[in-house]
Write a protein that binds this ligand. Structure first.
Ligand SMILES: [Zn+2]
Length: 308
């Protein structure tokens, strides 16, 4: 009796596992360290071993993988963090476990997180969803008519690399300058605040620190500090610009904000809305915005969704 689905969210540091029933109820979660040595050659067998400690493969209907790199048609194109080049996980993992009846599906991890929020999180009940994950970088996922949009080369939903800033032109780790990630991630917010501390003469509690986090910028902005608030406004204006482009591409029902930066709560949504509607008028007057609710579990839920 195949009564379980397993979600495996493979990160550069940790691998998160979720054991689900066929209705997508999370029964157990656990994690292991990622061993990316030797081009990550042991990762799949490590995953297989970890799953066998919890259940038999004959009990599993399917296993969904989320990986930190582009995926198209179930094929991983590359994952720099894991040391993987093009990789057919479905075939390799099937060979390792020797259970051809276990369904194996693979998706990009940020896309999987978007699917997770649609399946069991804040975007439940919606079929057209965009997720922006604001953390150290900016990730994203796009769902149209209930289906993940991967694109031909697996890079649809890489929202962090939409170019939006032609003023600061900060270097992005992708090689380009001015990507959304350089101005709207936690790192980007700090980048902008540091520029504004030089540009404006106003007093600011941020001047007490040589280094500070995006959280500090949010905290002082909420208290009305001029430079902090100006910096948040600027970052959210860039984010709203990218959201406006997405609006005109797929006209989503809901835009979900996740990742570490979403701790700023409704304040962040107020700031986004302040700029977003300028970008989409006069075509619409309302888009739903919401904060992600599944946190770090979004990925494993999304991996489960791939199989359900
Ligand atoms: Zn970039």
């Amino acid at each position: 009796m195949r009564e379980y689905i397993v979600g495996v969210d493979v990160g550069g540091t940790n691998i998160k596992f979720g054991k689900f029933d066929l209705e997508g109820e999370l029964l157990e979660r656990w994690s292991t360290r990622t061993n990316a040595n030797n081009n990550g050659e042991s990762i799949l067998s490590d995953i297989a071993n970890s799953i066998t400690e919890k259940m038999k493969f004959s009990e599993i209907k399917g296993i969904g993988f989320g990986v930190p790199g582009p995926v198209a048609n179930n094929m991983v194109l590359h994952c720099v963090n894991l040391g993987w080049a093009e990789k057919d996980i479905a075939k390799e993992f099937s060979d390792i476990i020797n259970e051809p009846d276990v369904i194996i599906k693979v998706a990009n991890d940020a896309n999987a997180a978007a699917a997770g929020e649609m399946y069991k999180g804040i975007a439940k009940g919606y079929d057209n969803v965009v997720l922006f994950t604001l953390g150290t970088g900016v990730g994203g996922g796009i769902i149209v008519d209930g289906k993940l949009v991967e694109g031909v080369q697996g890079v649809a939903g890489e929202l962090g690399h939409i170019q939006v800033d032609y003023k600061h032109y900060f270097q992005c780790k992708c090689g380009k300058k001015g990507c959304l990630e350089t101005v709207a991630s936690a790192t980007g917010i700090v980048n902008i605040a540091k520029v504004n501390l030089k540009k404006y003469k106003n007093q600011s509690p941020l001047r007490r620190f040589s280094n500070f986090s995006a959280k500090k910028v949010f905290d002082y902005a909420k208290e009305g500090d001029f430079i902090a608030e100006k910096s948040i406004d600027e970052a959210m204006r860039y984010l709203a610009t990218a959201m406006g482009s997405i609006f005109f591409s797929i006209n989503p029902e809901i835009i979900v904000i996740g990742g570490g930066v979403s701790y700023a709560g409704n304040y962040i949504i107020e700031k986004i809305e302040k700029y977003y509607y300028d970008k989409v008028r006069p075509f619409i007057t309302h888009t739903n915005f919401a904060l992600a609710t599944l946190g770090n579990d979004a990925g494993i839920y999304g991996c489960c969704y791939l199989i359900r």
